[in-house]
Every structure is written in C-alpha cells, then in structure tokens.
Design a protein around this ligand. Structure first.
Ligand code: IPE
Ligand code: IPE
Ligand code: MG
Ligand code: MG
Ligand code: MG
Length: 292
C-alpha cells in the first residue's frame, strides 16, 4: 500500500460531503409541528463532526468488495446514533459539557428537555434507517447502542468517576462506551458487502475494535493536551470530573504509545485485503494523528 499517494484529507472530505447529503435527506424538516425537535436534531448533527464512523462503514463495505453507496443508510444510522450519544453525554447529569463540535452543546443552544428528546429522536431514527440495510445490520447497530455496549459503557464511565480504577477497568469502559459502536460500524459496512458473517466481516470487526480502543485513548490524550479552538470541546474536563482515563493511569507518553500499538495491530489485520484496504489503512493512521 502506497501511503504517499493516498490523499486521506480529500478522501474523508468526500465521504463527509456524501454522508452529509444523505443525512440531510433523512433528518426531519425544520418546519411543521415538530420544528423545534427537528432543529435541535439538525443543530447537533450538522455542528461539524468528523464523520469518522460513517467513513468506516463505507470503507469497510468497499474493502470487503461491496459498493459503498449501498451502505449509506448504515453510515447515516451510525452517525445518528453517535450524535445522540454525544448530546446525552454532554447533559448536566452526565459530563456536563457546554461545548461540542465547536458550538454550544445541544442543551445549551436549546434546553435540557429538548436535548434529551433530540437524542431520543436520533436513536429511534437511526434504528429505522439501519433497517434499509437489512435485519442483520439493524441488529448489529441496535446491539451496539444497547445495555451491553454503548449505554452500558456510559454507565461504567459514570460509576468510575472519582474512583481508583485499574487499567483493566479503563479498558472495559473503552470497550463498551466507544469500541463497540466503532466495531459495529465496520461490521455493518462489511455485512452490506458480504451478505452474511464470514471471515472478512470478522476481520473488519476486529480491526474496528482495536481502532475503537485507540480512538478513545487518543480522545483522552487530546482532553489533556488540546485547546478548545482545536478540539471544539472543553479540554481538561476528564481531570475535573475525576474520569478513569488512560493518561490519568498510565501517563500521556504511555497512552500515546498504546494508541499507536493498537493502530499498528489494526493495520496488520488489513493485509488480508491487499490494495483494497488502502482507505482503511489511512483512516486508522488518522485516529492517532488527528488533532480534534
Ligand atoms: C467523540 O467522538 C466521542 C468519543 C467516543 C471519543 P468523535 O471524536 O468522533 O466526535 P465528532 O463526531 O468528530 O464530533
Ligand atoms: C465518549 O466519551 C463516549 C460516548 C459514548 C459519547 P467522552 O465523554 O470522553 O467523549 P467526549 O470527550 O465528551 O466527546
Ligand atoms: Mg463521557
Ligand atoms: Mg464527554
Ligand atoms: Mg473525551
């Protein structure tokens, strides 16, 4: 794979534009009786996310030999799920964050009740949208959002606040609050290509899990090292909240090293796909090279 010739920035920008068009078609209109709810949903979805998870859905579909366009409903569903999780994550009862994607968080721009309902709306719309890619894709994303995955991980994250956690406990939190949805994004894209669970699906899901762990460690590092302007969020919140994070337990240098190791391990899995995995290799590097 020739890393020098692959333009990751252009690739991600193209993915982002296509995903944003598809999301715009699927989100409710800002007029009519549900206008306020629709405005809150659209405000958070279009506040400027990286669209990392939808890119994974589409590129895993392509890498597994499918047509990425066929995975677009799953890509939209994942981004809706993710945005819902961010809206609720920022609520005063949870992380209590005022800044998200470079703008006031949903409950600050609207109000708490509207933010809760916008999250609920995006979660439901995500599952409806995922059904366009078939039962197995919908089941994959529903499970990833559920009590044994994302929501369960958020619960573990809350319970670990201001407690002396071990690295094993941090790994379990990361596995569920972050890696489950990222692994499910890869699985969903691969399922669209393969139709059923096979070696390609399993390999790409494993790639996603490793990447998910690296992604959350990188997020925790950026919380320590970045600025609000760069990050689009308030840095320093993890320490202020007494969160169990990799940098808090192992230090910044070890955290960075661990994230790089995980990305290397993820990239090594792509060997099975040859040149077709070029975008996924670049996307993996992005996880540890990003600055927001
Ligand atoms: C933030 O996710 C939440 C984590 C799981 C670390 P992203 O860093 O992907 O946020 P956006 O979508 O770009 O805003
Ligand atoms: C994100 O963890 C987990 C979610 C499922 C939203 P964080 O709480 O660290 O995410 P940020 O830093 O607020 O984006
Ligand atoms: Mg959180
Ligand atoms: Mg948070
Ligand atoms: Mg964070």
């Amino acid at each position: 794979v020739n890393r020098a010739t692959f333009d990751l920035k252009a690739h991600l920008a193209g993915r982002r534009a296509a995903v944003d068009r598809a999301l715009d078609e699927r989100l409710p209109p800002e007029s009519g009786e549900f206008a306020r709810l629709a405005r809150a949903c659209r405000y958070s979805v279009f506040a400027g996310g990286k669209r990392f998870r939808p890119a994974l859905v589409l590129d895993c579909c392509g890498t597994a030999g499918g047509d990425p366009a066929k995975a677009m409903p799953a890509a939209c569903a994942v981004e809706m799920l993710h945005t819902y999780s961010l809206i609720h994550d920022d609520l005063p009862a949870m992380d209590d964050d005022d800044l998200r994607r470079g703008k006031p968080s949903c409950h600050r721009a609207f109000d708490e009740a509207t933010a809760i309902l916008a999250g609920d709306a995006l979660l439901a719309l995500a599952l409806e949208t995922a059904c366009e890619c078939g039962l197995e894709v919908a089941r994959t994303l529903a499970r990833a959002a559920g009590p044994g995955c994302l929501v369960g991980g958020q619960m573990l994250d809350m319970l670990a606040e201001r407690k002396a956690a071990t690295l094993e406990e941090v790994d379990a939190i990361h596995d569920h609050k972050t890696a489950d949805l990222i692994a499910a994004s890869c699985r969903a894209g691969a399922l669209v290509a393969c139709g059923t669970e096979d070696d390609a699906v399993r390999t790409l899901e494993h790639y996603g899990r490793l990447l998910g762990h690296a992604f959350q460690i990188a997020d925790d590092v950026l919380d320590v090292t970045s600025t609000p302007e760069e990050l689009g969020k308030t840095p320093g919140k993890d320490a202020a909240k007494g969160k169990a994070t990799y940098p808090a337990l192992a230090g910044i240098d070890r955290a960075r090293e661990k994230a790089r190791e995980l990305v290397d391990e993820a990239v090594a899995l792509l060997g099975a796909f040859g040149g077709k995995a070029e975008p996924l290799e670049a996307v993996a590097r992005f996880v540890v090279e990003r600055e927001s």
